[in-house]
Design a protein around this ligand. Sequence first.
Ligand code: FE2
Length: 141
Amino acid sequence: MAWKCTVPRFAVRLEHTETHVQVLRDLFAKLDLDAETETPGRAVVRHIGESLVKAMETGEPDAAELVAAECVVHAETKDHLDWELIGMLAGKAKGDVGQALKEAHEQVEEEEDEHWYKTSRPRSAPPAPRQERGRMKKKAS
Ligand SMILES: [Fe+2]
């Protein structure tokens, strides 16, 4: 599979994502929710994920990295929006639920901002200025 040649570039992001999955599993446990429950939305997300992998496997080897990068843009954009939503819910929810959402959001927010920032700009772009990172952070809380 040609797209796997791009994995080293995304290795740190994969490590972050695996940690974020655990943060969500811990959040589900705190909220007494079953993380394995099949929902219609979960089926759609799985289908999209499988489609992104198929897109990466379909391309010409020379284009594999570009296709993989496009797929990461799609995935990180959705990921960023989901964590922004969790941050907004954390700001509205009260009591133990609000606290659990805030703790989960705080653990992930900075890395997700970084994923989205790096994904949504060309590699030649300068790093995000500190004040812009802070603005992204405030916006989510
Ligand atoms: Fe991400």
